[in-house]
Design a protein around this ligand. Structure first.
Ligand code: H79
Length: 473
């Protein structure tokens, strides 16, 4: 088994294990196999759908809903865990939780500002919760009155406004939709405290009367939908998943389906905040938080730093993936200032160095990523424990290698073994030439110290030929 297959097997294994012991399992991925049609041919329609996604690399995830009001606290008590799970974690009865709708009046919500933030951040697509597990729709659904237009004093359709702003700024917009868990619907999965165990429910009634028609609405009333982001596929089987696939494909054939529908989507979705240890050949995306929650919590101030986010972005791109990074707007419609500042700081780096990220291919090397610790050690998820290396990463475009340094490299820096000749090397930020020398068949870069940018200094290495040929001359 290759390391890659082992990794996929490990996360799929975790999913199955959790699913067997708990209905509140962690979401996981679809198969990591390079996808082809039943005849064994590559799927050209899928490849075409994915073209923009491979270019984009970095997207803004937005978790917004009624849970932004309690924001991690219920009846004076802090409820542990992720904020959007508060209804579940505090076992709040539907009749009580739905009262929150009467208070939901985000008068400071401004779709243009949200899109502008994504643009400033260098993010190339937006995905927003149209309905999370709590069952509340953030748009004017005709299927259920439990929605932002019919059940709140706000009465505005937030997704309509966001779709219009995205269209204006050419920003692809996708919808998160919790297809299986719906704690508001007596037959939806997950709410055992009001409605009893899942196996006593008429789950197909819920799918046919709420989830499927709502997904149909999202794909007909909001313009082009870049992707549908399904989540936690409990109770899903092949037939149920197929009905969603058919809805998406028939209404908008270009729309991508993520990896958590319960059947193979268009790309692999890794576990929440899980970045694989090495390059994945199939298209993939990691959903990730900026602190420790998706929905807003007043008391989670543990934000990642711009440097940490930049490293993760580059790490992900060097492994062939996309980074879908979350913000949790407050109940008044404002995205918390610290997360805005963080995103804009990374955006500043991308403005200068984005060429190394957007549309860039993965590392042709791999030793720089780290190595299994050996001795059979396992991490918290039961996967082989990796000793990650974090000094540098590399991405590629035809004829170019982008070396990104997070710490001072050893001087001179020895390029990984390749048969290609280095034509020239320069710093991406200012074009400053980097002195190179060849010795014993290896090329060395004399990178000035200190490195220019503490977030990451990018050195472009131009080679003869489009791609790296590994080995020594
Ligand atoms: O939308 C975000 C999460 O709400 C959703 N996926 C991301 C993108 C998600 N659904 N389920 N999970 C994540 C796994 C949930 C795990 C936990 Fe819990 C919820 C840990 C703490 C609260 C379940 C309930 C396990 C312990 C208590």
């Amino acid at each position: 088994m290759t390391a890659r297959v082992a990794w996929i097997a490990a996360i799929v294994g975790i999913f199955c294990l959790r699913a067997a012991v708990s209905v509140e399992q962690a979401p996981s991925t679809s198969s990591g196999q390079a996808r082809s049609t039943s005849s064994g041919q590559a799927d050209p329609a899928r490849a075409e759908r994915l073209a923009w996604f491979h270019q984009a690399k970095y997207g803004l995830f937005i978790h917004w809903g009624l849970y932004a009001i309690p924001a991690g606290e219920w009846k004076g008590k802090r409820i542990p865990g992720i904020g959007e799970w508060i209804m579940n974690r505090a076992r709040i009865p539907v009749g009580e939780y739905e009262q929150l709708a009467k208070q939901f009046n985000p008068v400071k919500f401004n779709a243009e500002e949200w899109v502008q933030l994504a643009k400033d951040a260098g993010m190339k697509y937006i995905v927003i919760t149209s309905k999370h597990h709590d069952g509340f729709a953030l748009y004017g659904s005709k299927v259920s009155k439990y929605n932002i237009v019919d059940a709140t004093p706000f009465k505005r359709d937030a997704l309509k406004e966001l779709a219009a702003a995205c269209a204006k700024h050419n920003m692809p917009l996708g919808f998160y939709y919790s297809q299986a868990q719906d704690w508001h619907d007596p037959n939806g999965a997950g709410n055992s405290w009001d409605f009893g165990p899942n196996d006593k429910k008429d789950f197909d009634k819920y799918l046919r009367e709420k989830a499927e028609p709502q997904v149909r609405e999202l794909l007909t009333e909001y313009g082009p939908v870049a992707l549908v982001w399904f989540d936690t596929p409990q109770m899903m089987d092949a037939a149920r998943a197929q009905r969603f696939t058919d809805i998406v494909r028939s209404l908008q054939p270009k729309t991508l389906i993520d990896g958590r529908l319960g059947a193979a989507g268009d790309y692999v979705t890794t576990g929440d905040n899980v970045i694989p240890p090495d390059v994945q050949s199939d298209a993939w995306e990691v959903p990730a938080t900026t602190n420790h929650t998706w929905g807003y919590k007043t008391y989670d101030h543990d934000w990642k730093s711009p440097g940490q986010i930049t490293f993760k972005l580059v790490d992900i791109v060097s492994k062939g993936g996309n980074y879908l990074l979350n913000v949790g707007p407050m109940a008044d419609g404002v995205i918390p200032r610290p997360s805005q500042d963080l995103l804009r700081a990374v955006g500043g780096w991308l403005k200068v160095n984005g060429e190394a990220v957007y549309g860039a291919g993965p590392t042709p090397f791999g030793d720089e990523l780290g190595e299994p610790s050996g001795k059979g050690a396992k991490d918290l998820r039961g996967q082989p424990l990796m000793l990650a290396r974090t000094e540098w990463r590399v991405t590629t475009k035809p004829g170019k290698l982008y070396f990104m340094f997070f710490v001072e490299p050893r001087a001179p820096f020895e390029l990984p073994a390749m048969k290609n000749t280095v034509k020239r090397a320069y710093r991406l930020a200012d074009g400053a030439a980097i002195d190179t020398k060849v010795d014993g068949g290896r090329t060395y870069l004399n990178i000035e110290r200190p490195i220019l940018d503490p977030m990451a200094t990018v050195i472009v290495v131009e080679i003869d030929g489009d791609r790296v040929i590994k080995g020594t001359n």
